[in-house]
Structures are given as C-alpha cells and as structure tokens.
Write a protein that binds this ligand. Sequence first.
Ligand code: UT7
Length: 324
Amino acid sequence: MTSKAFIRGVGSYLPARVLTNEQLAKTVDTSDEWIRERTGITQRHIAAEGQNTSDLGYRAAVEALADANMDASEIDLIVLATSTPDLTFPSTATMIQELLGVRSGAAFDVQAVCAGFVYALSIADAMIQTGKGKNVLVIGAETFSRILDWNDRGTCVLFGDGAGAMVLSSTPSTDKGAGEGILNTFIRSDGRHKDLLYVDGGPSSTQTVGKLRMVGNQVFRHAVKELSDSMVQCAKGVNIEISDIDWFVPHQANQRILEAVAKRLDLRRGQVVSTVAYHANTSAASIPLALDTAIRDGRIKRGHKVMLEAFGGGFTWGAALLDY
Ligand code: UT7
C-alpha cells in the first residue's frame, strides 16, 4: 500500500548579520543601484564566524518540528539539501541528527545545488510512499558566503546564508483545512552545462574547497526555459492546470527570472512569492525560506495549492506541487 506525504510543519532560520548592498559596494566595484536593478536584491544574511550549515539547518528543523507539533524523537529520516556541508564527510544531515538527538532511522545529504530542496522533497516523498520513512525532515541549509570569491562582483553580490525545513509524514496534519500534501514532483539534470555554474575546487580534484564561478547571463536563459517547462510537466502529471494553482514559490535567484517565468506562464504578479530582496540567493534554502515567509504572513493557507520550482548548477532543475 502506498502512503501520501502530508505536510505537517514548515520552519526557517536566518543568521542575524545583515549585509546591505551599500555595505558591499564599499569593498567591491558595484553599486546598490546595479544590484537592485539587475537582481532585485537589497540585502543578504551572513552566518557568523563559527556558525556552520549544520547550525542553520538545526535551527530551521527545530522551527519546523514546533510548527508540526512533533518531537524530534518521532523523526525516522532526515534529508538535507546542501552544497556547503560542514565537512567533506560525514554528511551534515548526520550532524543535524545528532544536534536534534534523533536516535533512529537514517540521515543523508543531497547535492543538487539550488535545486536541492526540490530534489530532497522528491526523495522524501518517494520514501514515504514506499513505506521507508514515516516522519521525514526535509531541510535546505547553506552557507554560500563561505564559497564566494568576494572580489568577483559578478557573483558575490548574489548570494546569502540561511536554512528552511519541512516535516513530511504519512500521518495527515490535524490543522483545519490541511490538504493532501505532495501531489507530484519533477526533477531533471543535464551535465553538459557544468562550466556555466560550478565551484572550482573539491577533495578529489584540487584538495581545496574552491570558489563559486558562474556565467550569469547564460544561466539566466536556461533557467527561465527549464523552470517554466518543469512547472508545466509537474502540474500536467496530476492533471492540474497552472491556472488552478494558488501560489508559486520559486527558487530566489533573481527577481528578473521570477518575472520572466511568471510572464511565460501567464501568472499574476501577486501569486509569486518573492523574498529575493531580503534573502538574496540562499541556494537550497531559498524555497523553504520563502515558503515559510508566506505561511507566517498569512498568504499561504492550509488547503492552498502551491508550486515550488528551482534551477541550479549541473544543471539541475525541478518542481514540486503541494496541496498545503
Ligand atoms: O541559483 C542558481 C541559478 N543562478 C541564477 O539563476 C543566476 C542567473 N543570472 C543572473 O541572475 C544574472 O545574469 C546576473 C545578475 C548574474 C547578471 O545580470 P546580467 O544582466 O545578466 O548582466 P551581465 O552578466 O550580462 O553583465 C552586464 C554588465 C557587465 O559589464 P559590461 O561587460 O557590460 O561592461 C558586467 O561586468 O554588468 C557588469 N556587472 C556588474 N556591474 C556592477 C556584473 N556584475 C556587476 C555588479 N555591479 N555586481
């Protein structure tokens, strides 16, 4: 018998330190005006010294568990999407497992860069459907500030740190009006485009951590097309029309990407949740951070249909349709 993955709770965490465009413009050859016009970003959060991805992920997980009204001891699987792990190994998911005091089940990391949260959701959904997990914590947590070249104005202005989490369960939420959970997921990748967005280091090749490199304008073009297509495919797979969806929660890379995708799919501006101005691009954390923001401020309500979509290095991309 297959089970459904119901959404029990959502939470997020942002490190306290805020770095504004004006502050950045004092150290890099850029301006608040350029960053706002080309990306919509006004500020980003930066993790404190000694504050690692596991710390951010743990804080988001605690928030999601509280929202779900569940105890960490009920969790039997942790799937963490990150490209900025604390160490090469063990997985940061096992570190979060230890911080939470979880003593059962399994924990592992998923690496699909900015599409990581959608990949992690897809895996968690499959694990619940096949009975391999009952209460699954899906986390996106990143400290991209640690892999940026702070002299490269083409990339360092774009990213920030943060974390978001979701508790999925084979047992439905008792929240009034709660929906059917994950309706469908769609994930894809194409390894031909590695050189357009990558980190130039790693344990096997350079024995260094490396820095993020991106040919931004080419990534932009691919992102708009693949994001639009993946949402259409994801909805079509369960016979739902794009026009029947209440909210769109995209990966927050650039306001202009959000608007170009919205135009292609004929979405209303008010339907697209945008947090890029305040969070910048937090990679795998950006979707759960934006989702949590719109749930907390009352826009997204139980029973609403919500489409998540993301695009990242690899390239990797995908979408997930939720009945929240
Ligand atoms: O999350 C994973 C997916 N990532 C993305 O989706 C990112 C996709 N790409 C983008 O968001 C945009 O391409 C960027 C925001 C990265 C760049 O915007 P763009 O409109 O594509 O600009 P561009 O790269 O074509 O550069 C235009 C100009 C260049 O100067 P010249 O050659 O025209 O003189 C750049 O050197 O803007 C210059 N530039 C800057 N100027 C001031 C690039 N970065 C900056 C900067 N400040 N920070």
